[in-house]
Design a binder for this molecule. Structure first.
Ligand SMILES: Cc1cc2nc3c(=O)[nH]c(=O)nc-3n(C[C@H](O)[C@H](O)[C@H](O)COP(=O)(O)O)c2cc1C
Length: 288
């Protein structure tokens, strides 16, 4: 019998399980919502809101982190969030990455957690559509549906592991181990230091833009403002590289100069709305 089944329902701050999530196109939020449904009595907390507030102190005994992989590693926001999170009450800590990665991604999070004497008890990766359209092609509707069907089985596994508070830290196979330790770190470093900042300066709206303002609403960093009927991306606010502006634009007007984004199609998870992505800035519960 999972321990938390016997816990009392409390106020949102007293929830026994909290899942902290970050999501641009809804994959990670979909996983977080699906886990909440399966685990019960679970509070979903956006890392973006917590980062804006400064510090997080969780009172939950079970804490999950759900996030996308950016540039072969965890998003900067996730690492920043963990550095400032007080997980003193946490007895079981798990992480779910929505996409391919090496186990080094989780060991790197462990290093941050070591500052407060913690480490991840379990980590999981789940296959989801890849939203990095400058390099990859979006899956067909059928392929995305197959991934979603496979996801249900994976979510059952995660639910069982969390319910049993099972230690579940998979190890890379030898090839991924070598890639993850030797090749990926310098590539990530190069992209985060050089290519991504340049990409952040290259977002713009083409002539299809109707000035609807959806990009401004979904942008978790708050760097987009509609000026004279068109979005402008502030240079002084850091981009979180989530691609929400690019993928949620209803007329595919948002492009990245020099990155081959025209005519590449757009994606967001069908079970997540733009309003839910926008609410990451303030938190789900404030409007529920
Ligand atoms: C800027 C950026 C970089 C990405 N880099 C990787 C990567 O290195 N490896 C990978 O498997 N997926 C990568 N992806 C794909 C996302 O990790 C994946 O689609 C994820 O499920 C998106 O989750 P979200 O909708 O919750 O943001 C990247 C996506 C973006 C936007």
């Amino acid at each position: 019998m999972p321990e938390f089944k016997n816990w009392k329902a409390g106020s949102r701050d007293d929830m026994n399980t909290q899942i902290y999530y970050f999501s641009g196109t809804g994959n990670s939020l979909h996983v977080a919502k699906a886990l909440r449904k399966r685990l019960g009595e679970t509070d979903l907390v956006p890392m973006v809101r917590e980062a804006n507030r400064g510090k997080t102190a969780s009172s939950a005994e079970v804490v999950g982190l759900v996030f996308p992989i950016h540039n072969l590693t965890s998003p900067d926001l996730v690492r920043q969030f963990l550095r400032r999170a007080d997980l003193g009450s946490t007895k079981y800590l798990f992480a779910v990455a929505t996409r391919e990665c090496s186990d080094k991604v989780f060991h790197d999070l462990d290093r941050i957690l070591a500052a407060q004497g913690k480490s991840l008890d379990a980590w999981f990766i789940v296959a989801m559509p890849c939203t990095y359209i400058p390099l990859f092609t979006l899956p067909s509707k059928n392929a995305a549906a197959r991934m979603e069907a496979d996801l249900q089985g994976k979510l059952n596994d995660i639910q069982a592991a969390v319910a049993e508070k099972r230690v579940d830290r998979y190890k890379d196979d030898p090839l991924v181990f070598l890639l993850g330790r030797i090749l990926y770190p310098p590539i990530s470093e190069f992209f985060f230091r050089a290519r991504f900042p340049e990409m952040a300066r290259s977002f713009h709206a083409d002539s299809k833009c109707t000035g609807c303002g959806l990009c401004e609403r979904v942008c978790p960093s708050g760097r987009i403002r509609i000026q004279n009927g068109k979005p402008e991306w502030s240079a002084s606010i850091n981009c979180l590289y989530c691609f929400a502006c690019l993928h949620w634009c209803p007329v595919e007007a948002v492009q990245i100069r020099g990155r081959n984004t025209v005519g590449k199609g757009r994606y967001h998870h069908p079970a997540v709305t733009a309003a839910e992505i926008a609410r990451q800035k303030i938190g789900m519960e404030e409007e529920e």
